[in-house]
Design a protein around this ligand. Structure first.
Ligand SMILES: *[C@@H]1O[C@H](CO)[C@@H](O)[C@H](O)[C@H]1NC(C)=O
Ligand SMILES: *[C@@H]1O[C@H](CO)[C@@H](O)[C@H](O)[C@H]1NC(C)=O
Ligand SMILES: *[C@@H]1O[C@H](CO)[C@@H](O)[C@H](O)[C@H]1NC(C)=O
Ligand SMILES: *[C@@H]1O[C@H](CO)[C@@H](O)[C@H](O)[C@H]1NC(C)=O
Length: 419
């Protein structure tokens, strides 16, 4: 009886322990949740812990959910968070208080806030925005804080629904700096459709997003603005390598170059070397991580060499290749025909000589046939016999025999006369 009571009592205690904190440990949502515009494509989400929240020995955290422009969610212990996000479609988000307790996640209800999309008629915003950055070296770099400057070029098309009198304006933000474009290119209707910043606040080795904002004005309609974020590695137009030299020594082609104008150090580049020879259809392409390459050439000829560069993945995320460098040439084309034609010329000479030899043979045979050698005073019996025999028979068979017989002295004559 007593043990049974004890068990019951024990169970009640456990129940109490289990129930009581849950009723007491009620998580309340944060208060004063706001979304504040901080700059182009940048907002600050901020909230306060609920003042009525009972403090228990647990750490309170917050679960943030972004609904528009695109779904995202994350957890944080802080009571504010900065978001870099395109804002032309507005932003809406929610936050709740969360806590881990005895292995299970407790969560409060949600509180929400939003920034409305800026007004504008549909189809009036720009389309097809593209941007690229290039790096140049500052001429007088002794006074400059950074020896390199980054230029930015963006281009776009007017929206299909934009009125003819629309004018577009482009702004970029990098870090805390925002600039308005001063140099536009225009289309046939004098609408701005491209912009060039010869120098910017962009740090070419930086990791922050480049935010671009294009809004517009018109007397006929409200123009929708447009935001886009660009990752620097994806739009950086790397310069081609510099001072390329190519030189042939024996059967080897030595190629050397210098790193492109860039804020990245020499060890941050990958290269591609292209060796071509249009004459003999030679084509070689190689990936190289140093700034030289030695190729083996098989024929004395003229080679065209080009090199291009990209920032290696060791230094930043993969990006674009530079343009190919201007071709440099090595070797000599003049020698090639001689080298190629020499055996042919040799064969031809041999053939011609053989032909002449043959011709001369024939001529002498003919000569001998027409004017058979007249027996010289000191000629031998054989010659004498031949002549008599010829006179005697005159038959075709014997004639042939005679000719074949006569050939020998003919050859002798030729041998003596030519050599
Ligand atoms: C919430 O905002 C109101 C009004 O701005 C302010 O009076 C109140 O103190 C804020 N609450 C907290 C917890 O900061
Ligand atoms: C603009 O972008 C759209 C979709 O991305 C593409 O289909 C179209 O060809 C582009 N227009 C021009 C002129 O580049
Ligand atoms: C500054 O420019 C000179 C020549 O224009 C160059 O040799 C030097 O390396 C540059 N300094 C830096 C830090 O890039
Ligand atoms: C365009 O955006 C810039 C930067 O946000 C702002 O200063 C300017 O007033 C806007 N212009 C128009 C016409 O909306």
């Amino acid at each position: 009886m007593a043990p049974a009571l004890l068990i019951l009592w024990g169970a009640a205690v456990i129940l109490q322990v289990d129930l009581l904190p849950d009723r007491k440990f009620l998580l309340l949502p944060p208060v004063n949740f706001t979304i504040k515009f901080m700059g182009l494509s940048q907002v600050l989400l901020r909230w306060e812990p609920n003042p009525d929240q009972e403090q228990w020995n647990v750490n309170l955290e917050y679960h943030v959910k972004i609904h528009t422009p695109q779904e995202d969610d994350y957890e944080t212990r802080k009571t504010e968070s900065k978001c870099v996000i395109p804002l032309h479609r507005g932003i809406s988000a929610s936050v709740q208080t969360i806590a881990w307790r005895q292995g299970s996640l407790l969560a409060s209800t949600w509180v929400s806030a939003e920034l409305h999309a800026p007004p504008g008629s549909p189809g009036t915003s720009i389309v097809n925005l593209t941007c690229t950055t290039t790096t140049t070296m500052v001429a007088d770099n002794s006074t400059a804080l950074r020896p390199y400057r980054v230029s930015l070029r963006c281009a776009w098309l007017a929206g299909k629904g934009a009125p003819d009198d629309v004018q577009y304006f482009l702004y970029y933000r990098y870090g805390s700096m925002t600039e308005q474009c001063q140099a536009y290119s225009k289309d046939a209707l004098h609408r701005n459709t491209a912009c060039w910043f010869p120098k910017t606040f962009i740090h070419s080795r930086g990791h922050e997003w480049l935010a671009v904002h294009v809004n517009g004005s018109s007397k006929q309609a409200t123009i929708q603005p447009f935001d886009q974020l660009f990752a620097l590695h994806a739009i950086d137009q790397v310069n081609p390598p510099m001072n390329i030299t190519a030189e042939i020594q024996g059967t080897r082609l030595f190629i050397h170059w210098e790193k492109p104008v860039s804020a990245f150090p020499a060890q941050c580049f990958d290269y591609e070397v292209k060796i071509c020879n249009a004459k003999n259809d030679y084509f070689q392409m190689e990936k190289v991580t140093t700034n030289e390459f030695i190729a083996t050439t098989h024929a004395i000829s003229k080679y065209s060499v080009q090199v291009r560069a990209t920032v290696s993945s060791a230094c930043r995320e993969p990006g674009l290749w530079s343009a190919w460098s201007q071709p440099v040439h090595a070797g000599n084309d003049e020698q090639a025909p001689w080298a190629g034609w020499f055996p042919i010329a040799l064969t031809a000479t041999f053939c011609i000589l053989s032909f002449i030899f043959f011709l001369v043979c024939r001529i002498y045979n003919l000569w001998n046939k027409l004017f058979p050698p007249i027996p010289a005073p000191k000629s031998n019996i054989k010659d004498f016999f031949v002549a008599t025999h010829y006179e005697k028979t005159g038959s075709r068979d014997t004639e042939t025999e005679v000719i074949s017989y006569v050939e020998e002295p003919g050859m002798e004559v030729l041998e003596h006369s030519v050599f």
